[in-house]
Design a protein around this ligand. Structure first.
Ligand SMILES: [Zn+2]
Length: 272
């Protein structure tokens, strides 16, 4: 196949042939909150109108089902992930893990944990091999290499490759988005950021994000939310997770995977 050139990507944008469903920002109409870089490369940018359309059509930011909460954990697997799985099992809820191959932990050292998470029904998703800012990469092959290296490692553990991915730092540009979508990935960000990495030991600050959103009157009838945190932080895994789950359940929400809160069957979460 010919290399995916800038020209091809511009042509693709023009046809707007995106496979990812259109999901608007927060259900209340407010823009999603990003604490991490929300960048794009001006050298490859199309017109503002095309850019806006690509953002709306190419990136999943929140749930499309009411009464659901998708709790997502980035940057693992790491030494707290297994204990987190114990908590999720005890609470009888499902979560989503956006994994790296080489970050704080090495995925080869956590094969049993990844397998356990998958077998327990949690969603395994990609956060790239080495947590690289994809917007700093200039070629299709560089971007895909970050994806396929992790895909292979994950397939070696659970037998399938994830289709859902979250770009590190939430960072992407039009070129990155076009490359990922063309390769069949669903790009997932978040609409609720606990910012746990900024205050990793202050669990109440992160929990307050859950309470502010899920405690709103009538919230249960609105489309759900995708919450971002990182299981490389001990207190996030061991204290925030159970408290957030308990709060969500107490308020009547179902705690589910990203795929479920988008109404997608499990067969769409992975490919061979
Ligand atoms: Zn990350």
């Amino acid at each position: 196949m010919a290399p995916f050139t800038r020209l091809a990507f511009v042509a693709m944008l023009a046809t707007a042939a995106f496979a990812v469903p259109v999901i608007s920002p927060n259900p209340d109409g407010t823009p999603p909150a990003f604490s991490e870089a929300d960048t794009y490369n001006t050298a490859t940018s199309p017109s503002p109108a095309l850019f806006k359309r690509a953002v709306e059509s190419g990136v999943i930011m929140t749930c499309s089902k009411p009464g659901m909460v998708a709790i997502t954990f980035d940057d693992g697997p790491y030494e707290y992930t297994n204990a987190l799985l114990n908590i999720l099992k005890a609470k009888k809820v499902k979560a989503t893990f956006f994994l790296n191959g080489h970050n704080n932990g090495e995925i080869k050292n956590y094969k049993a944990v990844v397998k356990r998470a998958y077998d327990q029904g949690h969603q395994i998703a990609s956060h790239t091999w080495s947590h690289t800012d994809l917007a700093t990469l200039n070629t299709e092959s560089e971007i895909l290499s970050e994806m396929t290296k992790l895909d292979s490692a994950i397939k070696g553990i659970i037998g399938v490759r994830p289709t859902y991915m979250r770009p590190p730092y939430g960072s992407r540009n039009e070129f990155v988005k076009a490359v990922l979508i063309k390769a069949g990935y669903k790009i997932v960000l978040w609409d609720q950021d606990t910012n746990d990495w900024q205050h990793p030991t202050e669990v109440e600050k992160s929990l307050a994000v859950y309470k502010a959103v899920l405690g709103r009157k009538g919230e249960i009838k609105k489309n759900g939310h995708i919450f971002l945190q990182h299981d490389i932080h001990e207190k996030t895994a061991l204290e925030l997770a159970p408290k957030a789950i308990d709060y969500a359940l107490k308020k009547g929400f179902k705690v589910v995977t990203v795929g479920e809160c988008l109404g997608q069957s499990k067969s769409k979460w992975y490919r061979k």
